[in-house]
Design a binder for this molecule. Structure first.
Ligand SMILES: NC(=O)c1ccc[n+]([C@@H]2O[C@H](COP(=O)([O-])OP(=O)(O)OC[C@H]3O[C@@H](n4cnc5c(N)ncnc54)[C@H](OP(=O)(O)O)[C@@H]3O)[C@@H](O)[C@H]2O)c1
Length: 243
């Protein structure tokens, strides 16, 4: 059996979708989880889950990250696991893309993980252990029409993962990336039926993924059994990236 009970994790975007599944899975397996979202209202969704401590933070704002760090230190001396899951999309074809749409997506999806990882890494280095898991996307590896901002942010996260894995491996810290395909969350609710049908046509397993398909992999990456895995990207996409 994996030993999770004395571990503490920070999970961003924990109020909904994939992040909520990750926070719940880790908490159900005995970890203490600090779950992050943008508002007290959205955090209501996880307030009553055992072993989850909710905290409101805008990860794209450095001051908000400093407040989060102070809160984290109040609750735990050791942060063992960081899951950079929070993400947004603001889709548009490039010719119509507003600078604001470009910057906002890069700020949340790429700058946020940078700020948070940098601040939590100090303690991981001091403790000589840590697991960092970044949630990218197959849009980050394959690109996607109308998502140049999102794809750039997610591709950046992949490169960030590999670079950091090389930097901190000697400190007993692993850094890995998950590239989900199409997962049933709020993020895909606004897709048209035509787009959904086209995606399903391209997925060999002929169905969309569930948030738990991602959270089970995260649980494994947090385990002692995954201690020799670093710098890798795991596609959880029903085979979509094979096309
Ligand atoms: N769903 C998919 O098909 C899919 C596919 C590939 C990759 N992904 C990636 O997987 C991750 C989770 O996706 P999802 O579908 O679960 O998304 P979601 O249902 O839209 O949830 C997004 C989460 O991120 C939080 N968040 C957004 N902006 C934030 C900010 N500035 N600071 C802190 N938290 C913030 C949200 O908090 P609030 O509730 O407070 O807004 C929410 O908890 C994202 O990085 C996404 O890009 C998803």
């Amino acid at each position: 059996m994996f030993k999770y009970s004395n571990k503490t994790a920070v999970v961003t975007g924990a109020s909904r979708g994939i992040g909520k599944a990750i926070a719940t899975t880790l908490a159900n397996n005995g970890m203490q989880v600090i779950g992050i979202a943008t508002s007290e209202k959205s955090l209501d969704a996880i307030r009553d889950i055992k072993n989850i401590i909710p905290f409101c933070c805008n990860i794209s704002d450095e001051k908000s990250i400093e407040d989060l760090y102070a809160f984290v230190k109040e609750h735990s001396s050791n942060i063992d696991i960081l899951v950079n899951n929070a993400g947004i999309h603001m889709d548009n074809i490039l010719l119509r893309m507003k600078t604001e749409e470009w910057k906002k997506v890069l700020d949340v999806n790429l700058n946020g993980p940078f700020y948070l990882t940098r601040i939590l890494l100090k303690d991981m280095i001091k403790n000589k252990r840590g697991r960092i898991i970044n949630i990218s996307s197959i849009s980050g590896t394959d690109g996607n029409k109308g998502q140049s901002n999102y794809s750039a942010s997610k591709g950046g996260l992949l490169a960030f993962t590999k670079s950091l894995a090389k930097e901190v491996g000697k400190r007993n810290i692993t850094v890995n990336c998950i590239a989900p395909g199409i997962i049933e969350t709020d993020m895909i609710f606004d897709l048209s039926d035509t787009v959904k049908t086209d995606y399903l046509r391209r997925i060999p397993l002929k169905k969309f993924g569930k948030p738990e398909d991602i959270s089970k992999m995260i649980l494994f990456l947090c385990s002692d059994e995954a201690s020799y895995i670093t710098g890798q990207t795991f596609y959880i996409d029903g085979g979509m990236s094979l096309n």
